[in-house]
Design a protein around this ligand. Structure first.
Ligand code: GLU
Length: 307
């Protein structure tokens, strides 16, 4: 990041610059419980490698983490079984929507990457090999990394479980292909409950610090990922983390990132900081409109792009 810039001043400027973006997207409504969130919420948090925390707006309000949890579930699976993960899931951008079905069929039930729904369902299946409730493992892992106790929003979870018809179709296809080995309903329930973990921008930025600090969590005071794995997780975020608009996201923001349909986006400045932003209105691909703009302005003002 540009030396001498005040992160607090940058956040204040970003909060002003994003104002014209409100009203340009729509909150996710395919999960009924998410449709009722105030669309004009906006929070942003920056945690630096050296222990600084900077926040603005609704940065301490909990929101639905959704797809952002896929990053932490993948980290757990890679820590558990290492490269064997890649026999079940690929590492290529999908170029298709996060819940696309047909690609999976002509690619023989092997998901393109761990961040589309099919890939995340396969990761849930891997975690189910060793624990009964992987969503609690993921919740407690993120909680440990953020230094707080996190909750699963049961109403959001149930709302998604009741309406997860497309994800059930994806899971059934993979069950048939052998990519998923556990009962489809068990995988769906654990996956939907994992997506319903709630956390604030500050908690998310803290939890992701190992990705900016060569695998070390300053909050948990321990090494979470080996250094090489940290680099690889960031590579996957950069190439697959923001749905099928990953190219234009990299073009605009230039940082490894993961977005979720709850309106959150996590971005990593390797070696320096993590940034979490939340605003519920989404673009047609599923990323927060205001959140993407905020990260674009932040990266321009601080010159922190990795590209
Ligand atoms: N639970 C959501 C789904 O499966 C997650 C999607 C997302 O945040 O990208 O549809």
């Amino acid at each position: 990041m540009k030396s001498g810039v005040s992160i607090d001043d940058v956040l204040a400027e970003v909060a002003l610059m994003v104002r014209p973006q409100f009203g340009k997207g729509r909150p996710a409504d395919y999960i009924p419980q998410l449709a009722g969130i105030d669309p004009h919420k906006f929070g942003m948090a920056v945690c630096t490698f050296s222990g600084g925390e900077h926040v603005i707006g609704d940065a301490d309000e909990a929101f639905s983490a959704q797809s952002i949890t896929k990053l932490f579930a993948l980290g757990l699976a890679l820590n558990q079984i290492g490269d064997e993960v890649w026999t079940r899931v690929g590492k290529e951008p999908s170029g298709t929507p996060f819940n696309f079905l047909s690609q999976l069929e002509y690619e023989h039930g092997v998901p393109r990457n761990p961040f589309i729904n099919a890939g995340a369902l396969a990761i849930t299946d891997i975690l189910l090999d060793t624990v009964k409730a992987p969503e609690l493992l993921v919740r407690d892992f993120i909680g440990m990394l953020s230094g707080s106790r996190l909750e699963i929003d049961e109403a959001v979870a149930q709302s998604e479980i009741d309406t997860a018809h497309k994800n059930r179709a994806i899971a059934n296809l993979m069950r048939g292909a052998g990519t998923i080995t556990h009962a489809v309903e068990a995988v769906i329930a654990a996956y939907c409950r994992q997506c319903a973990i709630t956390l604030s921008c500050r908690q998310l930025a803290r939890a992701a610090l190992p990705l900016a600090a060569d695998g070390f969590s300053p909050v948990a005071e321990e090494t979470i990922f080996p250094s090489r794995l940290t680099r690889r997780l960031n590579a996957l975020l950069l190439t697959c983390g923001t749905y099928d608009s990953v190219g234009s996201f990299a073009y605009r923001v230039g940082l490894p990132a993961k977005s979720g349909v709850g309106g959150g986006i996590l971005a990593v400045v390797p070696g320096q900081a993590t940034i979490a932003v939340w605003s519920p209105e989404l673009d047609k691909f599923g990323s927060s409109v205001v959140g993407t703009a905020a990260l674009e302005y932040f990266s321009q003002l601080t010159n922190c792009s990795v590209l």
